[in-house]
Design a protein around this ligand. Structure first.
Ligand code: ADP
Ligand code: MG
Length: 208
């Protein structure tokens, strides 16, 4: 499915996408949080982008772990440690591989989700990034299970589920993170973290 070079290329595209989505993500966070999600993600991935040159000889696990450490150390707020943990766990799961299949990607995403749940003491239905990640993971797991899976089809199904997950966050009351301070008033607004995850998954899907 993907080698180290391609993983780096995808990470650079994600960095570009986070820069492009910066204002939109910040606007979303302005409504139910403190208006820094886009700034946080763009800053973190700009640093990831700077590090990529030094990682071209590394295996995929090491590349992802480096992304995780970079996000933990450069992004403030909740999303830095959470996305950082997600990439660290994904890297630990993939390990010293130079090529991965869709099954490795799904194992990594599952580890990322579990990492966020533990670190964030959060679960599905609390209006967070998990509300895009978990449905996307579940749909992709099913799609990948059907004989010879077509990577692009699996990832596209994941993107559609993540987008539906983002829509669904509008109906949820936030019970985790800053948005939880708003309580019922968070209803009607989509979650910024679910939105940034969906943008990332879209970049991954479009790279195939
Ligand atoms: P902060 O909330 O510290 O300002 P960001 O604005 O960068 O950090 O990120 C906010 C996003 O982080 C939310 O939209 C939500 O998706 C996610 N988030 C916050 N707390 C949690 C948590 N405990 N578990 C999972 N995701 C969370
Ligand atoms: Mg914020």
């Amino acid at each position: 499915m993907t080698d180290s070079k391609k993983v780096i290329e995808i990470l650079l595209r994600i960095a570009r996408e986070m820069e492009e989505q910066k204002d939109f993500l910040t606007e979303l966070d302005n409504v139910i949080g403190d208006g820094d999600h886009g700034i946080n993600m763009a800053r973190g991935f700009a640093e990831v982008q700077r590090k990529m040159d030094t990682l071209s000889e590394q295996d995929i696990g090491a590349i992802l772990k480096s992304v995780g450490m970079t996000l933990v150390s450069t992004v403030g707020g909740a999303s830095g440690p959470l996305y950082g943990t997600a990439f660290l766990k994904a890297g630990m799961t993939i390990g010293a591989k130079n090529e991965i299949e869709i099954s490795d990607f799904l194992a990594a995403l599952n580890a990322a989700i579990e990492g966020i749940k533990t670190r964030g003491r959060s679960t599905i239905g609390e209006k967070t990034m998990l509300d895009a990640m978990i449905p996307a993971y579940e749909v992709m797991l099913l799609a990948a299970d059907s004989g010879e899976p077509d990577c692009r089809k699996v990832l596209d199904a994941g993107v559609a589920a993540a987008e539906a997950g983002v829509e669904h966050t509008k109906t949820l009351v936030a019970t985790k993170g800053r948005a939880s301070y708003l309580g019922e008033r968070s209803i009607g607004h989509q979650d910024p973290g679910a939105t940034s995850f969906t943008a990332m998954l879209k970049v991954i899907a479009e790279s195939f």
